[in-house]
Design a protein around this ligand. Structure first.
Ligand SMILES: NC(=O)c1ccc[n+]([C@@H]2O[C@H](COP(=O)([O-])OP(=O)(O)OC[C@H]3O[C@@H](n4cnc5c(N)ncnc54)[C@H](OP(=O)(O)O)[C@@H]3O)[C@@H](O)[C@H]2O)c1
Length: 404
């Protein structure tokens, strides 16, 4: 299971949980590992079984170990339960149950067909690996990533509101890669008014990447008819229709609306007022922060008022090596520094989640009823482009490559 957990960490956070799998020999030797690479790509079990098939491994006396209960549904990929049965693997051990409406039932289906299925091995580790994804599922909302490009002194714009460019090309490239795999990008009315962003995902030459997110603006004021965000990557006079005006200041309401539109992963790109609103509601599951060796001295702070009056109430984060190059939560990207973070444990909410996980070291037990921790399934994911496209991005969402 530890091999499977390590493999899982090679995946990316977002619409789907990160999941890893390992094929063990009868003597317990790890023969093959696999992991899920993001929405629309093969699940971890299928990835590990593919490696076994390619190596010509006889699977008749093997065990498949997986960090999450095998799914039992056909989404963009087929059911893992079916793939396991087809492969003829006689034993399956998984860490935590998948209670999402769409995926549940894999363990039961396998047992019905005579597979020896056990659950609960290293359940706490597996639960922790995807703690915020489980939380988003429980709250029936999209997974939320916040991205900030800031100066050394924590500012996202100069005193006159300009923000192009604080960070360098490499960091902007990571930003566009992120854009190309989320379902929606969201900014506030302030960013709309000061930057007129297009919120598209583009490559190093400024060309559009295959997969474009839905563009969302949270503002109680009208969005001008000629705003770039309305257009998308089409000719100047055309609109691609992938724009939504969220006429609210309430992040919960904005997320509910987006979920209704089939969004499972939202990238919040600011500005500071909207970032603070999502952070204050504990609705940020993942934080990408690029810090440039630039001092501004004045200008908008990266995050607005969080209502924190004393140091003990600080919003604490921890390094997250999942889904970043070289597994490094803090790493240089060109001249800049990238922090990849997740909310620190210890908050009351995190504690209550942890309390729901299995005891550490609990022995794997025969599984009778698939666990049902996550009452609602993810909404269908719009778009169908590659999840791993890479390109360039900008510091602020005002990223029209032809813009000055
Ligand atoms: N470097 C970066 O990463 C980055 C990224 C984005 C923006 N920026 C910079 O940030 C600056 C803009 O900052 P900003 O704080 O004005 O931008 P913002 O957070 O994008 O927008 C704030 C506006 O959004 C609306 N809004 C939505 N939810 C709200 C809530 N819960 N509470 C209050 N208002 C809410 C309000 O507009 P209505 O009154 O219209 O409802 C408010 O004025 C610009 O200079 C931009 O360049 C930098």
């Amino acid at each position: 299971m530890r091999s499977a957990l390590r493999a899982a960490a090679r995946g990316v956070r977002g619409a789907n949980p990160v999941v890893g799998a390992a094929v063990l020999s009868a003597s317990g030797e790890v023969l093959h590992v696999g992991h899920h690479r993001g929405a629309g790509t093969p699940h971890a079990e299928v990835d590990a079984l593919r490696a076994a098939r390619e190596a010509g491994t006889d699977l008749r006396d093997t065990t498949l170990v997986v960090t999450l209960e095998p799914c039992h549904h056909t989404g963009r990929t087929g059911p893992c339960s079916g793939a396991i049965l087809e492969a003829g693997v006689p034993r399956v051990v998984y860490a935590v149950g998948d209670g999402t409406d769409t995926a549940r039932g894999g363990a039961a289906a396998l047992m019905e067909r005579g597979v020896d299925v056990r659950a609960g091995l290293l359940a706490e580790d597996a639960r922790d690996l995807n703690a915020r994804w489980f939380r988003a599922q429980e709250q029936q909302r999209p997974f939320v990533t916040l991205k900030i490009a800031q100066s050394l002194d924590g500012r996202v714009a100069a005193a006159d509101g300009t923000s192009r460019w604080i960070t360098g090309e490499a960091a902007r490239g990571e930003g566009h890669a992120l854009r190309s795999r989320v379902d929606a990008i969201l900014v506030g009315g302030g960013t709309l008014r000061s930057d007129d962003p297009s919120l598209t995902a583009r490559d190093a030459t400024g060309g559009p990447l295959t997969r474009q997110p839905l563009r969302a603006v949270m503002t109680t004021r009208p969005v001008p008819a000629d705003a770039r965000v309305r257009r998308g990557v089409v000719r100047a006079e055309e609109h691609d229709g992938r724009f939504v005006h969220l006429d609210t200041h309430d992040p919960h309401e904005a997320l509910a609306r987006l979920r209704g539109l089939g969004v499972s992963h939202v990238l919040v790109e600011g500005g500071p007022t909207v970032a603070a609103a999502f952070l204050s509601c504990d609705l940020v599951d993942e934080l990408w922060l690029h810090q440039a060796p630039v001092l501004l001295g004045a200008g908008a702070p990266s995050v607005g008022d969080l209502g924190i009056g004393t140091i003990t109430a600080a919003s604490r984060w921890r390094g997250d090596p999942v889904g970043v190059p070289d597994d490094r939560a803090v790493a240089p990207v060109g001249e800049d520094l990238r922090w990849h973070l997740r909310p620190a444990r210890g908050t009351p909410d995190a504690d209550s989640l942890d309390a729901g996980a299995s005891r550490p070291g609990a022995p794997a037990t025969p599984q009778r009823h698939p666990a049902s921790r996550t009452p609602a399934g993810p909404a269908p994911t719009p778009g169908s482009g590659p999840a791993d496209a890479r390109g360039t991005a900008t510091n602020s969402p005002d990223d029209t490559s032809s813009a000055p």
